[in-house]
Design a protein. Structure first.
Length: 154
């Protein structure tokens, strides 16, 4: 069976998986930033999977508008997690969501107590590489703690 004979909805469903948090993740091709990509045949074009999801479930995306994620999970294509907005809406949404800090951030790997220990080790002269190795992290994550870019309130 060729892709041309498969409905967009069926093709869409074959390339997704449901996560416990309600996200429906695109499992096929992804960009380095995590956004799903799909090759469409009519007209021949490559689109981001979350935009394709919006079009399948809600119709055309108005000119100049973006499809934004409520869940901030780039591979998510759950139409209930998507909404239409402008570039300004996207920036405002991103800024407002950055208010979540520490353990409230969904992908946080450290607790405030661990960060206090890391900061103490940094004051004692331990290298970011040594600390990162001990926590199973990349040294840049420890450098961001050291420089105050993350976990500055702890």
């Amino acid at each position: 069976m060729s892709l041309r004979s498969v409905t967009p909805q069926a093709r869409f469903g074959r390339n997704t998986k449901l996560l416990p948090n309600g996200c429906i993740e695109w499992t096929a091709r992804r960009s380095p930033q995590g956004y799903g990509h799909v090759q469409l045949s009519k007209p021949r074009r490559t689109v981001r999977a979350h935009r394709w999801s919006w079009e399948i479930h809600n119709g055309a995306i108005p000119d100049g508008m973006m499809v934004l994620h409520r869940c901030d999970n780039p591979p998510c294509v759950n139409p209930e997690h998507l909404f239409i907005g402008t570039g300004s809406d996207n920036i405002r949404d991103r800024h407002n969501k950055r208010i979540a800090r520490g353990e409230a951030v969904p992908n946080a790997t450290l607790t405030p107590e661990q960060v206090r220990v890391i900061k103490a080790r940094l004051r004692d002269g331990d290298s970011t590489y040594a600390i990162a190795r001990d926590y199973g992290m990349v040294h840049n994550a420890i450098w961001q703690i050291k420089s105050g870019k993350t976990w500055g309130w702890v």
